[in-house]
Design a protein around this ligand. Structure first.
Ligand SMILES: [Zn+2]
Ligand SMILES: [Zn+2]
Length: 214
């Protein structure tokens, strides 16, 4: 009927029935409740939303190590981080840990080689004075006096042979001074003070090993 109007459910306006067009997905005969203008507006809005979605970049971030921008899935989780991810990408992390293991191994081999050399030189009595002092100043061997004992010769005895009694007693006095000096800072004050006492006695010609040997 000409001049008949109906209300659009979308914009709430009364419009001529001619302005109500069936949507493509509405079955024939079903009452059309949305005006053609609202229909078009809805389509445009839907298209825009789709465009926005596809325009959105997939989530990425830059690795602080290799500086490459990579997908978030390329980063391991780190609960404490603001974005919950590590700052280095997986590849960089893997490489770094491989490097670390390599460096550690190399370091271990170096100190093992050094130790072996000292032990051999101690046993042969061919050790140089410089190597002795170096060995004694290296934290690990100092904590493991067994390292100095090979073939029944203790380094300090070999030192006496190489440098003479006087020099080694002076060395012992200086070493005692060192252990007292550092005992508060190295995390094992008792052990360091015990060592200081040991070297003080040795410096005074009172070899503490005599008691142990009894
Ligand atoms: Zn409408
Ligand atoms: Zn990286």
């Amino acid at each position: 009927m000409l001049g008949t109007t109906k209300r659009c459910m979308e914009c709430n306006r009364f419009r001529p029935v001619e302005e109500f067009m069936r949507r493509w997905d509405q079955p024939e005969g079903e009452e059309v409740t949305v005006c053609i203008i609202c229909n078009v507006a809805k389509d445009i809005a839907a298209d825009r939303a789709k465009e926005r979605l596809s325009a959105q970049e997939p989530a990425k971030k830059a690795c602080t190590k290799c500086k490459e921008t990579k997908a978030l899935t390329e980063f391991n989780r780190r609960a404490k981080a603001d974005d919950g991810l590590q700052t280095w990408c997986r590849a960089c992390t893997t490489e770094a840990s491989r490097d670390y293991v390599k460096r550690r191994k190399a370091k271990e081999n170096r100190s093992l080689g050094q130790k072996k050399r000292w032990e051999r030189e101690c046993a042969e009595g061919t050790v140089s004075g410089e190597a002795f002092l170096k060995a004694l100043d290296t934290p690990d061997p100092v904590n493991s006096p067994d390292h100095y004992r090979t073939g029944g010769i203790e380094c300090i005895d070999a030192m006496v042979q190489v440098f003479g009694d006087e020099a080694v007693r002076t060395y012992a006095r200086i070493n005692a001074f060192k252990y007292i000096w550092r005992h508060q800072y190295k995390g094992k004050p008792e052990e360091d003070l015990a060592k200081a006492a040991w070297y003080t006695r040795f410096a005074n010609g009172d070899d503490p090993r005599k008691e142990v040997a009894k």
